[in-house]
Write a protein that binds this ligand. Structure first.
Ligand SMILES: Cc1ncc(COP(=O)(O)O)c(C=O)c1O
Length: 367
């Protein structure tokens, strides 16, 4: 990003496909609600679990979206999903506990676990498993040394790949049969194109759901998310949040509740991603980049660049310097095979995506 900024400072036009955040602002309804609250005056603490009407609105979202009747008492508002990981790991795991995560995957999973003294166990995924953790792989890892938990994301970062509903259900059931706690990162729900994303909340009341207003609702900087906790863990999380954070920023909670009323605006943003997805999935093979993982959801395309390089970081640097396209090298997400992959984020404007395809094509042809 620094290198891209230097190119821009010198007058270059960089297409940003490295950052994993929407270009659009929060829904108008959210911004208006925040403005009204500011004019009203006092922004105090809220209760540790979050503003009750927001928790109720989130619970209603599960009924509206997935047909799940959810007790608002299980909803915990968090400071982005990031603090949700911290709270739920603290509530469920002890130092030394082993927690399975998919490789490639979102790096903070393993970093937060390591910071808490837990051991992240990377389970390799590949085309044969459709890039997700299978029940067999989970059991095999558990047999080697017992696991306390497993965390999956669907749609996932960096792959943009989703778990099919039956794959998710089988994994939840397998985990529970073996006493392994299930955590489902559903932060990219709403941004599903290949088939509808299913929630682990519909499969088991014992699963923990992590979610956020950052992605679908374009509210990264507002730092507000939520969890759906198994009932017996709510009190532990309440105590942790009260002591660690007191409460989630009030203005952001107020905006988040109103964000649900801006869903039609956000559907428009989603249609833009869908257009981008089409431009890339049709254009990149013609441009010379035909190998990528299933582009199911979120706004990521994870491309195999092994025919061009054994060093994705150097490749990304050259792509930026020579073609002015910024992308993220796979080594950020996969310590083992990431040197052969590149993540392209398509959260930008469709016109930019077309230029990106042209530039990538010219860059690859040049060699
Ligand atoms: C898979 C995944 N989970 C969680 C997060 C954290 O997001 P936030 O803390 O903004 O909710 C991100 C951010 O990029 C992500 O990609």
């Amino acid at each position: 990003m620094e290198r891209a900024a230097r190119i821009e400072a010198a007058g270059g036009h960089v297409i940003h496909m490295e950052v994993g955040q929407p270009a659009a602002p929060a829904p108008t309804t959210a911004r208006e609600a925040a403005r009204r609250a500011l004019d009203h005056g006092r922004i105090g603490y809220t209760t540790a679990l979050g503003i009750p009407s927001l928790r109720a609105r989130i619970a209603r979202h599960y009924g509206d979206t997935y047909g799940v009747d959810l007790d608002p008492g299980r909803v915990v508002v968090t400071t982005g999903s990031s603090s949700g990981f911290l709270l739920t790991f603290l509530a469920q795991f002890e130092p030394g506990d082993r927690v399975a995560i998919a490789n490639p995957g979102y790096p903070p999973y393993r970093h937060i676990l390591t910071a808490l003294g837990c051991e992240p166990v990377l389970i390799e995924t590949d085309a044969a498993s459709r890039w997700v953790i299978t029940p067999e792989a989970l059991i095999e890892a558990h047999r080697r040394t017992p696991l306390k938990g497993v965390l999956v994301a669907s749609p996932a970062n960096p792959t943009g790949t989703m778990m099919r509903p039956e794959a998710l259900a089988e994994l939840v059931h397998t985990a529970e049969e073996h006493g392994i706690r299930f955590i489902s990162d559903e932060i990219y729900h709403g941004l599903d194109y290949a088939f509808p994303a299913s929630t682990a909340a519909a499969i088991s009341p014992h699963a923990t759901i992590i979610h956020s207003f950052s992605k679908y609702f374009c509210m990264t900087g507002w730092r507000v998310g939520w969890m759906v906790m198994p009932q017996p863990l709510v009190r532990a999380v309440e105590r942790l949040q009260q002591n660690l954070m007191i409460s989630v920023p009030t203005l952001s909670q107020i905006a988040a509740e109103a964000a649900f009323d801006g869903a039609s605006e956000m559907e428009g943003v989603k249609h833009g991603y869908e257009e981008n997805r089409l431009i890339l999935t049709q254009g990149l093979p013609l441009a010379g980049l035909p190998e990528f993982l299933p582009v199911d959801g979120a706004f990521y395309l994870y491309a195999d660049v092994s025919r061009f390089t054994d060093d994705s970081a150097a490749f990304a640097r050259r792509l930026l310097d020579e073609a002015h396209v910024a992308a993220t090298p796979g080594v950020d997400f996969d310590p083992h095979r990431g040197h052969h992959y590149l993540r392209l984020s398509y959260a930008g404007a469709p016109a930019e995506m077309r230029v990106a395809v042209e530039r990538i094509g010219a860059f690859l042809r040049k060699g």
